[in-house]
Ligand binder design. Sequence first.
Ligand code: PLP
Length: 388
Amino acid sequence: MFSRRTGWKLTPNRFTEVERELRAAGKELLDLTVSNPTRVGLPYDAEAIRNALHQPGSIDYVPQPKGLLSAREAVIGYYREQHGISRLDPESLVLNTSTSEGYSYIFRLLCNPDDEILVPKPSYPLFDFLAELEDVRLVSYPLIYDHGWQIDFASLRPAISDRTRAVVVVHPNNPTGSFVSAGEREKLNQLCRGRNLCLIADEVFLDYAHDVRRRPSFADNHEVLTFTLSGLSKISGLPQMKFSWIATSGPREEVSAAIERLEVIADTYLSMNAPIQLAAPRLLDQRKRMQPMLLDRVLTNLRELDRLLAVQKACQRLAVEGGWNAVMRVPATQSDEDLAIDILREASVLVHPGHFYEFPSDGYLIISLLTQPEEFCQGITRLLKHLH
Ligand SMILES: Cc1ncc(COP(=O)(O)O)c(C=O)c1O
């Protein structure tokens, strides 16, 4: 009765089963996996956010496939103010309800069934589902760690086939927290130009560099056809608002052709709602309040992590440049999943095993740096005690 693409194994994985079992038994767990910024005790300006939604224009319906011009202009303003990009045209922007929806539009735009998209590994686990739903095949290219993460171009090049349509970069990547360097960007542009491929740049964490150095956005990449994805979910810490975008850049004719087609895809769904689009300028403005707080949380936890790691030898953390996670290197004496389950059962601490993000081997745990500092400190202390 159902399509093959929905033939998923729907039973929870062992880790989730154990978590449910412990929660059902009333066990208090220290959660080092939180990724929801609205649940980590940060003081949002609730009044400003609610007021932003009270726009008289919300009563009117203006079906605009790319999204309301005023909302697209607010996004242009964000790139101008925050990233110094002045030549973005609102006509090259398409609004979406989520970055996930943005990916699905782009996959539909670029791929016939069984065409291939290159994605980094380790990276964001949702790619598999997004690709499957569009009948796209994912081919991974490795990121390798050597005092910092790098794209393994020696493996990326042979992974390109006649069916490859695009290369995805996550800038900075989740969970490795690594940015695409200027040199890597140049090589990617050369490669894509030579093989007639597009770039898809996921920049949801772009504004969360851990040092003061701002990394350039791919929204200003004109070397090859480039789709840059981002949204309010991370930029303003407002995942509940469901507002994101695809910014298209590159050779003029390719951008126009892509936009014409994306517009038809967007017109088919018309998924944007009026209240959020009208609130977009103010909600984007909330980043000025939320980003310093989120970054402060991340850096406070990272410092605490380093303080606790300095007095033990059981594990280390890998270098991280940005984003909301840290990767821990732990002894690979068992599978990461078994280890995470043991930590959950015995220390009541939730951490993600590396294999959720397709790490190449065992010996990696992923922790969120968003957790409230007290819980974070206790959680890491218990984790290290367990590993010891
Ligand atoms: C790399 C990356 N891209 C996209 C998303 C999802 O963004 P959105 O909420 O806009 O769908 C996430 C969520 O964690 C992410 O880590």
